[in-house]
Structure formats: structure tokens, C-alpha cells
Design a protein around this ligand. Structure first.
Ligand SMILES: [Zn+2]
Length: 464
């Protein structure tokens, strides 16, 4: 374990192993300098970079869904998927898919470039780690992790650790994150609930901004975080790499982590540190359902942080007004004056997210179907056209006769089926949330995805 003062970067306590003299546990290995899989403890930096690059704000809605990234299919620790959730919850609950999905969207720096810049040794080229990097795919030392977390506490400035009074005190650090992204990431880490355990009364305790980590195959259990003016890291594992099913960050390392914090606070009391937001941050209202800026129809609003000029400024497209025929309860495309209508707000979710809500057992207020006989061109004009997400437009696909090409489109909430065409040839139809397998032959194709409201999208692909 390692305890560092975030003001001076002085190492206040360092315990390299459970017993220096015990050869049976390789007691003379210094665990704070050993390279180990960090599990999920690097995830906060994915979120920090995504916030800094304007990809998300803490209340953005992310999909926690089975998804494949090329050949990489990340699963969650509990092998379950929660559905759509706010970014801050996705981090607090350490969901894998949202973290990998965000990591895939990062650019300059991505997580690899960020770690290299922070002087974290990564011996292999970036392609070796790929998208497993945010899930603990590269080994790092506890000392490097502590330096990175200390930077979160220091407005994004990285400084070396000081072991002796002779080490130079560095006045200026290396900026690796913006003050806004550092603050918001810490805020999100403050939402991680303490594990249930018999130590100090958690409800009244001062805040702890922390994260757990469990390496693949249960070899490393981590707990690391910031409290008051300190960074504390706790690791539990075997130096010879032996796995143990009990090596889970939350149940093995977190109790010791909080025992240390509680005893430090009891014996070494000092005023708790309240996080001060950087001056550029604003509190604004978001639609609590979509996590986007509210439109006129959003009624359930929630306040959250926003970085002007950086955070995404998408307005809620989920809440839309629909004309409903009073007699039948069905939807109308226009008010032609012949029927009694009422205006109602419904939720329009993209088909993939709607499917996730269904799977998670969360009912959404989806719009009713159109009244039979509604003119199809009027229906087609309402709502959003599908968007082809697989294959990528203008892509070249290597022909392999054994495998089929997955066709997938993102359709609007009121779509049940998507019809696929190559040129004028009908390829088949599939449920809007699913994909169609296309057994293609080499050639150039214009692919069309047509939804059951007559809205379409097309793209060119070459199969060779
Ligand atoms: Zn809304």
C-alpha cells in the first residue's frame, strides 16, 4: 500500500509486502514498484479524457449493451448488461462496455498516448493492448497509479513522488488533464458507494473519491482513491501471480482501504477537503431521461455540470410531441381538422437503446402506432431516417465465402422492421434492433436500409 500527500507529493507510508522477512510470499518484493494489471483503476482517465474532448458530460446517457469492437467483445464483471445509464453511474458501477466504447472514441490523446505522456512505461506498441487497455490490459505499477490519481486531485497536473527530504520539490507539474475534466472525474468517483462493512459510520463520513479494480483471472485486487489531502492505494495479490477467487477489489481491497482512511481520520483529524469547481464550469439543467440539454417538452430536469465550449450541446431528441386520435388512441401524422386530436409527449429512443430498456425491464413511454390509412408520405416525413452502422459507408470488405456480412441500421423509436436491399435486390428484413446476415459475392453494391415507415438510408460498399 502507498499513502501520498497530494500537496507535496511526499510519500507518507509505503508497505511493499505483508512481511519483508517471509520468503514464502516473496516478502522482499516491493509491491508498490511491481508491474501488475490495474483492473478497472484506469477507467476514470477514460472518462476524464472523454469529458475533456467533449464526447460526454457526467450526465450523458451511455449504452451498457453487448457490443463487439472488431474481434473484441468486452463483458462486464457480473456478465450482465444494465442498459442505458448516465456516464457518472457507468463509472461508479465500473461498467466495461461504456468504458471501452468511450475509449474507442478518444483521439489525441487516446488512453495509450495519455499514459505514455504521463511517463507510465508501456513496453508494447499500442496495437498490442487495443481496447483492453481501459480494462487492465497493460501492467502498471502502484506508484504510477498513485501519481495519476494525485494529478486528478491537483487540477490535472502530474508531479513526481518525493521519497526523501532531499528530493526536489517540484513547483510546476506536467498538465495531463484540464482542471474541469479532473474535477468532474473526481466528482463522479465520489459517487462510488462504500462497501458495507463494520467500520466508521459511512453515512456521516467525509467524502472519498475512489475506484476499485480486479484483474482478469482474479490475480489483483485494487482499491485506490483520494480523501482529504491524500492519495491511498491498496493492492492485494500474490507476487508469484497465483490467482485467488477472493481477489476482488471491492470485497478484498476496499475494506482495508477504508479501515486505513477511517483510522487516519480518527487519529490525524483535519478539516475535510471540499472540492472547489474550476471557474470555467457551469451548472446547467439537463433532461434527466436523455441526459441532453432540455427541449420544451422535457419535464423531468436535473442539474449537472457543463464545460462551456467543450461539453456536447445536443438538445434532447427523445421527447417529441405526437398527435393522437382521441377516438382510437392511435397516432396521426397531421391534423386535417376531421378528427378530435390531443397532443402528447412520447419518448423516441433509437432502436438499439429501446431494446436495452426492454431487456433491463424498464418500460418506456413509446409512441402509439399510426392510424391505419395514414398517408405513407406523411408518415415518412415524421421522425428520423435510419442510419446504416454496419457495414461502414464506402468500406471495402474482404470477401470470405464462409462468413456473412452483418447489416445493421440504427432506426427511430417507432420502427419495427428494417428492409435491406443491394441495388434493387431485396436481401431480407430484420427487427430494427437486430442485424441481418448478408451472404455476399464480390462486387460493388449500393446498400439501402428501408424502415417500415418508408424512411431510408443508403451507402456504397465494395466486397472483394
Ligand atoms: Zn428530454
Amino acid at each position: 500500500m502507498l499513502l501520498v500527500d497530494t500537496r507535496t507529493h511526499d510519500v507518507l507510508a509505503q508497505i511493499g509486502s505483508a512481511d519483508f522477512w517471509d520468503k514464502g510470499i516473496n516478502g522482499q518484493v516491493d509491491g508498490t514498484r511491481s508491474s501488475r494489471s490495474p483492473g478497472s483503476t484506469l477507467k476514470p482517465f477514460v472518462y476524464a479524457l472523454a469529458i475533456e474532448q467533449g464526447i460526454i458530460h457526467p450526465l450523458s446517457v451511455l449504452a451498457d449493451a453487448p457490443r463487439s469492437f472488431g474481434e473484441y467483445n468486452p463483458e462486464n464483471f457480473d456478465r450482465d448488461f444494465l442498459g442505458p445509464l448516465h456516464a457518472s453511474d457507468a463509472l461508479a458501477r465500473s461498467r466495461n462496455v461504456p468504458a471501452v466504447s468511450l475509449a474507442a472514441q478518444l483521439s489525441h490523446p487516446n488512453l495509450y498516448e495519455f499514459l505514455r505522456r504521463a511517463d507510465v512505461p508501456l513496453p508494447e506498441p499500442e496495437s498490442h493492448y487495443g481496447l483492453a487497455l481501459p480494462l487492465g490490459g497493460a501492467e502498471v505499477t502502484m506508484q504510477d497509479l498513485v501519481r495519476l490519481y494525485a494529478a486528478l486531485a491537483n487540477n490535472g497536473e502530474l508531479r513526481p513522488l518525493r521519497r526523501t527530504a532531499h528530493d526536489p520539490a517540484s513547483t510546476r507539474g506536467l498538465r495531463i488533464l484540464s482542471p474541469e475534466a479532473s474535477f468532474l472525474t473526481l466528482q463522479m468517483l465520489g459517487n462510488v458507494p462504500r462497501p458495507e462493512m463494520n467500520c466508521a459510520d459511512a453515512a456521516s463520513a467525509a467524502p472519498v473519491f475512489w475506484k476499485t479494480g480486479t484483474s482478469h483471472g482474479f490475480r489483483d485486487a485494487w482499491s485506490i482513491g483520494i480523501f482529504d489531502h491524500y492519495v491511498l492505494a491498496v493492492w492485494i495479490g500474490n507476487f508469484d501471480g497465483r490467482a485467488n477467487g477472493a481477489f476482488v477489489g471491492r470485497t478484498a481491497a476496499a475494506p482495508l482501504f477504508f479501515q486505513i482512511i477511517d483510522s487516519l481520520r480518527a487519529n490525524w483529524p483535519e478539516p475535510g477537503r471540499t472540492l472547489q469547481p474550476p471557474p470555467n464550469l457551469k451548472r446547467v439543467k439537463f433532461c434527466s431521461v436523455s441526459g441532453d440539454l432540455p427541449g420544451a417538452l422535457c419535464t423531468d430536469l436535473v442539474e449537472g455540470w457543463f464545460i462551456p465550449g467543450i461539453s456536447p450541446i445536443k438538445t434532447c431528441e427523445v421527447h417529441r410531441e405526437v398527435l393522437v386520435d382521441v377516438a382510437t388512441g392511435l397516432r396521426l401524422a397531421t391534423d386535417d381538422g376531421t378528427r378530435e386530436i390531443r397532443r402528447e409527449t412520447y419518448e423516441f429512443w433509437p432502436s438499439d437503446l429501446l431494446r436495452l430498456f426492454e431487456r433491463a425491464g424498464v418500460a418506456r413511454r413509446s409512441p402509439p402506432p399510426f392510424l391505419l390509412g395514414t398517408a405513407s408520405e406523411l408518415v415518412a416525413r415524421s421522425g428520423n431516417s435510419p442510419r446504416i452502422v454496419s457495414p461502414l459507408p464506402n468500406s471495402e470488405i474482404l470477401f470470405a465465402s464462409a462468413t456473412a456480412i452483418p447489416l445493421r441500421a440504427k432506426a427511430d423509436a417507432d420502427v419495427r422492421d428494417v428492409y435491406w436491399f443491394a441495388g434493387k435486390t431485396f436481401l431480407g428484413k430484420c427487427n430494427a434492433a437486430e442485424m441481418l446476415s448478408w451472404k455476399s459475392t464480390p462486387g460493388d453494391y449500393e446498400l439501402t436500409a428501408l424502415d417500415d415507415h418508408g424512411r431510408s438510408a443508403w451507402c456504397n460498399v465494395r466486397v472483394r
